[in-house]
Every structure is written in C-alpha cells, then in structure tokens.
Design a protein around this ligand. Structure first.
Ligand SMILES: *Cc1c(COP(=O)(O)O)cnc(C)c1O
Length: 405
C-alpha cells in the first residue's frame, strides 16, 4: 500500500491574496458581480471561480475541502458545519422514501438515532447488523437497499470494518458504501479499498483542538455536485454549512495532523499494552488480542499506527465513574466526550455518547456499563502518565495491589 495521505496534503500550495503564506479568509457571506448575466450563470452553475453566496460555497471552504479530498484520495470534498451535518446530508442524498439501509449497529450515537428514530419518518428503514459478519450483512440486503453504512473503526467498541469485503458486496448489489472515518484519519484510507463516500467529523482528530465543529463528505465530483445542487441537493437545502473563519482555522490545524496522529497512536499503543499486561480487559486495534487486528493491519497506512482510541472495561459503572473522576483530579485528562484533543479524554459511552442506544441493545452489542472510552492525548511522557493512571486504578480498586513475595 503506497497511498501517502499526508504527502498529498503537503503537496498542495496556497497563496494568500497579498502573497500571504496562508490563504486569505473570505470574510463575506455574499459576493458581488459586475454583470447581472454572470450572476445568473453562477446560479446555474456555469461559471468557474465565481462565488455567489456562502451556503453554496466560499473560497475558504474550497481550500479546506481540497486538502481533505487530497487526504482521502477523492476527486473532491464538501465541508459541513458538523459531522452530523455531513452524515445526514449524505444519507438523505442517497436515500428517499421506500429505500432501505444496511448499517453497522455499532456507530456514533447520533448517527444511530438518526437512522433508528428519524429517517423512519421519511419511510427509510435501516437494518442494523454486526459489521464484522459478512453473511449477516448480505442476508440483510433487499430490493430496496441503497446503501451500506459503517465506520472504519467503530464508536465506541472499536470494531474494524473490512472495507474491501464490504465494497465487494456493495458492488455486487449496486449499493453505495459510505464509511465514517472519524476514528482513523490517515491510518485508514477507505477509498483505496473501494468505499464510495468517506465522511469525517472534523470536530475530532482532524481539527484536534476541541475548539470547533465541522464535517466533510469526500467523494466523486458527481456525488458532491448532486449534494450541492441548488435545486435538490441535500447539503445545500438542509443548510449545514461551515463558516469561512472556521474552515480557515481547521485548514491550519491539518498541517500538523500527521505528527499528531503518530503521537496519539504511539501513546495509545503504549498504554494498551500496559493495561492488557496488568490484566485489564483492553480493546485496541493494535493489540494482537483484538478480533480485527489483522483486518486493520491489512488496510493501514503503517506509519500512522492504530489510532488514539482505546477502551477498558472496569466491571461496573460505579468503578468507571470513580476512576474517571480521580484521573481528572490528578490532571491525567478530562472527563469529557469527544476525541482527538491534546489531552486525554475519557467517558463511559453507555451513559453518554451512546445513551441514544436502548439498554437492551447496548447489552446485545457488548456495550457494558463498566466500559471507559479513552481518546489518548499527546502526552510527552506517556510512561509517567501510565504510572499515575495505575496509581488511580489501584486506589479505586480497578487493579489489585500486587503482593510482593
Ligand atoms: C463525533 C462523531 C460524529 C458526529 O460529528 P459532530 O461533529 O459531533 O456532528 C460522527 N461520527 C463519529 C464517529 C463521531 O465520533
């Protein structure tokens, strides 16, 4: 595999309006025309390089989209005001009344709620499946199915989708394969394995400073143009657009993405190995014990590692809460949802980010009460972090003091 996502980003060259090393921010929601005829033509989509109104597009949004398309290896990309803005506009672009979706059952809580509770109002039905079981997925496909939806590395259980195999199924039944790659930017490049559309929440690793929301759809020019159509495009008409100030700040943060991802992965690998050796039930795609370790390895752009997300199961919600509160007190990270921050973030998904999923379904998919999801930060001295975390685990009884003989 010699796809080089970070090189592709780096090879883009930007010049600002006044020769600045950063592109100028287009601080306007609307744009003037010298001739009325040009305005009409722009509305019709017949003028390259002309801007009309910022919900359609803006120079800053195009710059950011260009970098994200380069990263994922797609013809183009369209940024959105949030990850959910990108996801909902993609699902509703592909599916309408009477259509059917086959989706992984372990996905972001918001996406799950959208498919489970919202789209049925439009007569769009979804079958939720174990995305690692290809026979189950194939059996769920019917005449009305339009899309297979999954996350390359799933939230919060860190199941890994075999994108090659899913793409083959999608092709066989003429479906679109849509992959949310939020947990594994740079590490996995789904388009290389046959995905049709790749989505990110930019709010997480890609921006990496937990100061803004954002989303993106990376796909073919045809698909993105259909989403942006003023006549019937889902992203245009649902209106989840990004502001230019934000797209310019996210573009700047993308320049360090490769360095950050390597460090997130290095630190998470170190902790996952230590936690597992201590006897904690640890899930991390980089561990040999992970059921999809080999699948991840077969897809990964090696230098970026297995990502910054890991989970441990400490047995009960009480213990999970006690541990998280103590770790925050010791300044080892924050008890917060979201991911990709420079500090470690931890939360118990069952009562937070996945609380949209009913309890019995949580149990079915293996989402237990004692599960803690970690987004491992950029700590310079991860060994010290580990020692301090271990101390916390001993204090709250998640680990037992070793008896010295
Ligand atoms: C956060 C997240 C989303 C939603 O993104 P927002 O920017 O919060 O709208 C979607 N998918 C995954 C995997 C996420 O982690």
């Amino acid at each position: 595999m010699d796809f080089k996502p970070a090189n592709n980003i780096q090879d883009l060259q930007y010049f600002g309006e006044f020769g600045g090393v950063n592109p100028s921010i287009s601080d306007s929601s609307t744009y003037t025309f010298l001739k009325a005829k040009t305005m009409f033509d722009t509305f019709e989509g017949n003028t390259d390089g002309c801007y009309l109104y910022s919900r359609h597009t803006s120079p800053s949004n195009l710059y950011l989209g260009e970098a994200l398309a380069a990263m994922e290896g797609t013809e183009t990309a369209n940024v959105a005001g949030s990850g959910m803005g990108a996801i909902t506009a993609t699902i509703l672009q592909i599916c309408g009344a009477g259509d059917h979706i086959v989706s992984s059952r372990t996905i972001y809580g918001g996406t799950y709620a959208f498919l489970k509770n919202f789209t049925p109002r439009m007569n769009i039905e979804t079958s939720f499946v174990d995305i690692t079981k290809l026979d189950v997925i194939e059996a769920a496909i019917n005449e009305q199915t339009k899309m297979i939806y999954c996350e390359s590395v799933s939230n919060p259980l860190l199941e890994v989708a075999d994108i090659n195999a899913l793409a083959a199924l999608a092709k066989k039944y003429n479906l679109k394969l849509v992959v949310d790659n939020t947990f594994s930017p740079l590490s996995i490049s789904p388009i290389q394995f046959g995905a049709d559309v790749v989505i990110h929440s930019l709010t997480k690793f890609i921006n990496g400073s937990s100061d803004t929301m954002g989303g993106v759809v990376c796909a073919s020019t045809d698909f993105i143009n259909s989403q942006k159509s003023v006549i019937n495009g889902a992203s245009m008409l649902l209106g989840s657009s990004m502001d230019s100030l934000r797209s310019s700040s996210i573009l700047k943060n993308m320049r360090t993405l490769h360095i950050r991802i390597k460090k997130h992965s290095e630190n998470a690998t170190y902790l996952a190995n230590k936690f597992e050796a201590d006897g904690l039930k640890t899930v991390y795609p980089g561990l040999k014990s992970h059921p999809s370790h080999e699948v991840f390895k077969s897809m990964m752009n090696e230098e970026y590692g297995f990502g910054g997300m890991l989970t441990i199961d400490v047995g009960s919600l009480d213990k999970a809460n006690a541990l998280m509160e103590l770790m925050q007190e010791k300044n080892l990270g924050y008890l917060a949802v979201s991911l990709g921050f420079y500090k470690t973030l931890f939360s118990a998904p069952g009562t937070s980010t996945s609380s949209e999923i009913p309890e019995d379904e949580q149990a079915q998919m293996g989402l237990t009460d004692g599960l803690i999801r970690f987004s491992i930060g950029l700590d310079n001295d991860i060994e010290r972090t580990y020692q301090m975390m271990k101390q916390c685990m001993l204090e709250v009884g998640v680990l037992k003091q070793e008896v010295l003989v």
